[in-house]
Design a protein around this ligand. Structure first.
Ligand SMILES: Cc1ncc(COP(=O)(O)O)c(C=O)c1O
Length: 474
């Protein structure tokens, strides 16, 4: 067994779990969803029945029945001595490895590959013999690619030299590397909530303590909370997505950028700006340089080709001052020994076509967004669908805090989504659902039909107190 979760932590992760009767099935569903979302890793020991019943203020027999249901569905195993332990997902499990076949999978918000990519790959393959003559262990990144990345920053008004770039295997690996180099146990990290969950997971894995600052699609960043959090907790690092934030789709105003920059400067906080989604503009307009007047050592940018070109390319990068680049290079071999040569060559060959890539993305995302918005307006008018100008998803406000229950219900109908709490830093967001509009308009229309069919049932099955009491908070 690898780890255990305390009754308090499980209770916090479950949030508003009591979404239907009988209570034991609602609790079992809550734990199933944590397993499906990987918020409860396989081989995690669950709390003893007595402890969980005390933390959740329910009877021990309810917990016992929930664990029995989880054993029957193959999600946990209970043994004398070790208690109850989560199991890896089975292949037939909704959300398990094979489940995406035939299902509409909206768990990932990734557009299909840019159509020109296959041609570029074929062209680069012609130089295979030159490529394989290289040593192949490239911890810093090919100079042609670093030059192309630096040029793109210069075009945005951010003077950059190739020595300020390290190429990584995607933005995720960049975030992981930054966390490993910059953070120590117990360090505070300021982070938006909701946020991109794999970044939060990487920062937690570095034993950082996350401090959430709310962001909403309509109102943007909560600057009062952010300023207080910077001043009170003196975070070592702040992880932010200034443009088309995932999942809200919101971009920072100039004022938000400058308030956050000043607060970070005062606190001595390194700002890690994740710009993976920054080029996904539909109808906002040009990308701002932003964050330019602070201490340059305190502003680090992360970029990626994952959303613009293709997630499968696995090419990302970090832009930082030379000193930090050297520290990242020194630390990297413990994590990986470089970015694959072929993928780097493909990425470098795509850069000259970047304007075309961005225009094509804009077109695809507009179609997806407009299809999702109009289907939702027709089928689920009681949900509040915010207007977004780009990015990958709609962060929708439901008319009851039943996101997790809804996600479980539609899974069995072949629609895979992540519930609102998956994007939360400190629990909550049960009233929100992320719908990526990166899928095809047809899939999005079908997905909305499934949601509209499920929602009255899920809402009708919830205890009246939950729906009514929390409805008044809207
Ligand atoms: C905001 C954000 N950062 C990072 C990533 C990971 O990017 P990559 O595929 O380049 O690792 C994603 C992918 O979903 C993302 O949305």
């Amino acid at each position: 067994m690898d780890s255990r979760i305390s009754a308090r932590a499980l209770s916090a992760a479950l949030g508003g779990w009591r979404t239907r009767e009988p209570a034991y099935e609602a609790l079992a569903d809550g734990i199933r969803l944590l397993c499906l979302d990987n918020r409860l890793a396989p081989r995690t020991a669950l709390p003893a029945e007595r402890e969980l019943s005390a933390a959740l203020h329910i009877s021990r027999s309810t917990v016992a029945a929930a664990y029995r249901s989880l054993r029957d569905s193959g999600h946990i195993v209970s043994t004398r001595g070790s208690g109850s332990v989560t199991l890896p997902l089975r292949r037939r499990d909704p959300g398990g490895a094979a489940s995406a076949e035939g299902a509409i999978d909206l768990q990932q918000a990734s557009p299909p590959a840019w159509p020109g990519l296959a041609g570029v790959i074929s062209e680069v393959a012609l130089s295979a013999s030159t490529l394989v003559a290289r040593t192949g262990y490239d911890v810093l990144g090919r100079i042609e690619l670093r030059e192309a990345i630096a040029r793109r920053y210069c075009d945005r008004g951010i003077p950059t030299s190739p020595s300020e770039i390290i190429v990584t295997t995607g933005a995720q690996s960049a975030i992981h590397l930054l966390a490993a180099v910059l953070l120590g146990r117990g360090d505070r990290v300021l982070i938006e909530t909701p946020t991109y969950p794999h970044a939060a997971d990487a920062l937690r894995r570095a034993d950082a303590r996350l401090v959430g600052v709310p962001v909403t699609t309509d109102d943007g960043w909560d600057l009062d909370r952010a300023e207080q959090a910077f001043a009170r907790t003196l975070p070592v690092l702040a992880y932010l997505m200034p443009d088309f934030q995932n999942p809200t789709g919101r971009s920072m105003t100039e004022q938000e950028r400058s308030v956050l920059l000043r607060a970070a400067d005062r606190a001595g906080t390194i700002l890690v700006l994740d710009e993976t989604t920054a080029d996904l503009d539909i109808d906002r307009g040009p990308l701002a340089s932003g964050f330019m007047d602070g201490d340059p050592a305190l502003v680090v940018r992360v970029g990626s080709m994952g959303k613009t070109v293709w997630g499968g390319l696995r090419v990302g990068w970090i832009r930082a001052e030379g000193d930090l680049i050297r520290r990242l290079v020194a630390s990297r071999p413990a994590q990986d020994l470089g970015t694959p040569e072929f993928e780097q060559a493909v990425a470098a060959a795509v850069f000259p076509d970047f304007a075309e890539v961005v225009a094509q993305r804009s077109h695809v995302l507009r179609e997806g967004r407009d299809a999702a918005v109009s289907s939702l307006a027709r089928a689920l008018p009681q949900w509040r669908v915010p207007r977004v100008q780009g990015g990958v998803s709609l962060w929708i406000e439901l008319d009851a805090p039943l996101s997790s229950a809804l996600v479980m219900d539609v899974r069995s109908r072949g629609l895979l989504l992540s519930a609102g709490p998956r994007f939360s830093v400190e629990g909550g967001h049960d009233r929100h659902l992320r719908i990526p509009f990166t899928a095809s308009p047809d899939d999005l229309a079908r997905a909305v039909d499934i949601l509209a069919e499920s929602w009255p049932r899920v809402r009708g099955g919830a205890p009246v107190a939950l729906v009514e009491q929390l409805d008044s908070v809207v």
